[in-house]
Design a protein around this ligand. Structure first.
Ligand SMILES: Nc1ncnc2c1ncn2[C@@H]1O[C@H](COP(=O)(O)OP(=O)(O)O)[C@@H](O)[C@H]1O
Ligand SMILES: [Mg+2]
Length: 497
């Protein structure tokens, strides 16, 4: 049913005839030129001078370690072209993936036989996998997309792909046939949300079906070919216990955050890109009670709240004509009319800061958000400048008072230069002195050095504050004893270490 030239019988049981055209066309026209019967042996003979001659027997070993030789790509592209000739891709995309795979598998085996390509079963399997990925999925990206240990995939043109694994950025040997193949894959990704990338609109944000976030920027803006960046969606978000296990925070620190989440402090999570802000926000939301109505506002729904009473909102970028945008500010404002008990803003980066602070100030305590800043102090000034730049004609002091009145705690996340993530500050906003906002640290991370492997050494320590500013709140929620114990043991830990 996928044979372009095999008539168009709709019935499923005539899959076999689709192979006929391969035999007739591809075999006759292309195949003979490249894989003429007499060259059968030459595929195994490095001296034969055929364009497909293998560089010794290691050809497919190389393929396995994914340092694939040009020969592999030559063979693949010949088989691929024959396949494309034989099937109708648009029809193929309409049946389910497994059936399509089977169909491709049959045709490819047929082509391999026809063209006298000598391969072991393993080699064939691998080639088949590759071709299926090209036809049905995101090509060379597929093996990376299925790996759950990869957090980011960064493609810089067809020849260079980096990944981030366990905080480290590594170069991979994944490569695309050429920039056209890469562009096609980008196109396929963004077409899922009804967008296109081309010279006219060379930038596009999209999302994979699994929730991973994608950015594509293509020439002429990207000089060396399409640049594709994927922030992979973690199926299982890290929990506070995981962060403790990784040493991102101590057990006491985790308990402190748990209490902060439970007793409805208004929290800002501050940090750089990829420092773990969203992860941390997700962790904190775990301690929200089940009977609270929570509304989340995000650019791309990443948070995974477990509570039963959650409304998730997502901003919308403008369409191709530049219309229809719904900004974060509009979402936050709307959500105030939805009777929220807690408002969670994925990332605060503009005038919505004002609305979030207002919300925090007016009975929606326990609201949270993340923002991009390198220290708690910087977070405060960033909030202030977001409001100033949002066009609110308020005196600086008024804005500061508003910040002070709304934010209780700032949690700072950082990605250190060895790739590890640490929670470096748990800091309270306690009031104003003159024109200055006063903060007090409850927990700090101190770097003490670096070991021989470049791993950063350091320790978390309590600052000796026994009664934080949110003490009354903790008492109200009956968490005062636990809070006191936690702070005390955090201090002893730090002091002794
Ligand atoms: N404490 C941590 N230890 C190890 N990996 C982490 C930690 N926190 C976050 N990550 C991972 O780092 C990546 C970026 O985290 P994310 O929370 O999305 O960062 P941000 O929101 O700051 O950009 C994710 O893959 C996440 O799983
Ligand atoms: Mg984030």
């Amino acid at each position: 049913m996928f044979g372009k030239r095999s008539g168009d019988s709709p019935s499923k049981d005539v899959l076999a005839p689709t192979i006929q055209p391969v035999r007739a066309d591809a075999g006759a026209q292309q195949g003979r030129q490249v894989f003429a019967a007499g060259q059968r042996g030459s595929l195994l003979n490095p001296a034969a001078g055929s364009p497909l001659a293998m560089q010794g027997a290691s050809r497919f070993d190389a393929a396995q370690t994914s340092r694939r030789s040009d020969n592999y790509y030559d063979i693949k592209s010949t088989i691929f072209n024959a396949l494309i000739d034989a099937i109708d891709l648009t029809q193929l995309s309409q049946i389910d993936r497994e059936a399509a795979r089977e169909e491709i598998r049959d045709i490819v085996s047929e082509i391999i036989t026809l063209k006298d390509v000598v391969m072991s079963v393993n080699e064939q399997e691998e080639l088949l996998e590759d071709i299926c990925n090209d036809v049905l999925g995101f090509g060379p990206l597929e093996p990376l997309l299925v790996r759950d240990d990869i957090s980011d995939i960064m493609v810089n043109g067809s020849g260079t792909t980096f990944i981030e694994v366990a905080g480290k950025v590594l170069k991979t040997s994944v490569r695309f046939r050429d920039n056209t193949q890469l562009l096609n894959i980008c196109q396929r990704i963004v077409s899922q949300i009804g967008r296109r990338v081309d010279e006219a609109s060379p930038i596009c944000d999209a999302r994979l079906l699994d929730g991973s976030r994608v950015n594509v920027i293509v020439p002429p803006l990207a000089v060396d070919g399409p640049a594709l960046t994927i922030r992979k969606f973690r199926k299982a978000r890290l929990k506070l216990a995981d962060l403790v296990r990784f040493g991102s925070i101590t057990k006491e620190g985790a308990t402190l955050l748990e209490i902060i989440g439970r007793v409805r402090c208004n929290v800002l999570i501050s940090g750089g890109t990829g420092s773990g802000k969203t992860t941390l926000l997700n962790c904190l939301t775990a301690y929200i009670e089940n009977d609270e109505r929570i509304i989340t506002c995000e650019d791309a729904a990443e948070l995974q709240l477990q509570q039963p009473h959650v409304v998730r909102l997502e901003t919308r970028p403008p369409n191709l004509e530049g219309e229809g945008e719904i900004t974060m500010r509009e979402l936050v404002r709307n959500c105030l009319r939805m009777r929220p008990e807690r408002i969670i803003v994925g990332e605060v980066r503009g005038p919505e800061a004002f609305d979030l602070l207002q919300a925090m100030n007016t009975g929606h305590d326990g609201s949270m958000g993340t923002l991009h800043a390198n220290s708690p102090r910087e977070a405060l000034s960033r909030i202030e400048s977001m409001i100033t730049m949002g066009g609110f004609a308020l005196p600086s002091k008024t804005i500061k008072e508003m910040v002070c009145g709304s934010i209780d705690v700032i949690v700072q996340a950082a990605r250190l230069r060895d790739g590890s993530r640490r929670i470096t500050h748990v800091t309270e906003v306690i009031g104003m002195e003159g024109d200055v906002i006063i903060t007090q640290d409850l927990l700090l991370y101190e770097i003490t050095g670096e070991d021989a492997n470049g791993k950063i050494l350091g320790q978390h320590r309590g600052t000796g504050i026994a009664r934080p500013h949110f003490w009354d709140r903790a008492r109200y929620f009956n968490e005062d004893r636990r809070l006191a114990e936690t702070l005390e043991s955090a201090e002893i830990q730090g002091g002794g270490g």
